[in-house]
Structure formats: C-alpha cells, structure tokens
Design a binder for this molecule. Structure first.
Ligand SMILES: [Zn+2]
Length: 78
C-alpha cells in the first residue's frame, strides 16, 4: 500500500500515515501532501512522486516542442 504523507497546516512539518498514527492525537490540521517526505522517518509516497515526475517530464517535453527552432528565421519564408 502506498504511503500517505500529511503536512501540518501552516507548518513545514510532514508526517507519514504511520508516524501520524504513532504521534496521535497530533494537534492541528493535517492536509494530505503526497509530494513531501516524512519529517520523522523520511518516508515518501513513491507512486505520487513518480506520477508527478512523469507529469513534469511531459510538460517539459511539451514546452520544448512549443519553442521555435532558434535556427529558423520566419522572415526567410516571406
Ligand atoms: Zn514517517
């Protein structure tokens, strides 16, 4: 099962599901934040991070495709 990461609201403290349970009841509001590492044991949600990497790769690729070829001068085609 994938590890779930939770970040404390308005804080940089991040706990995975296990640590959150271990320290419970942890005061404060905890939001699921799958791209963080657990501040206690360093657990990460590998599936979510991999997914995010794939998305940023795709965005990067798309961005590169949208860039004009620097060797191409559109005025040459007039
Ligand atoms: Zn942890």
């Amino acid at each position: 099962m994938a590890t779930k990461l939770f970040r404390m609201n308005r804080s940089t403290l991040v706990l995975c599901e296990d640590c959150l349970e271990e320290l419970a009841p942890a005061p404060g509001k905890w939001d699921e934040d799958p791209l963080q590492d657990c501040s206690v044991c360093g657990a990460t949600d590998e599936a979510a991070q991999e997914e995010m990497n794939n998305i940023s790769d795709a965005l990067q690729q798309h961005w590169e495709e949208d860039q004009p070829d620097p060797n191409e001068n559109p005025q040459d085609y007039k």
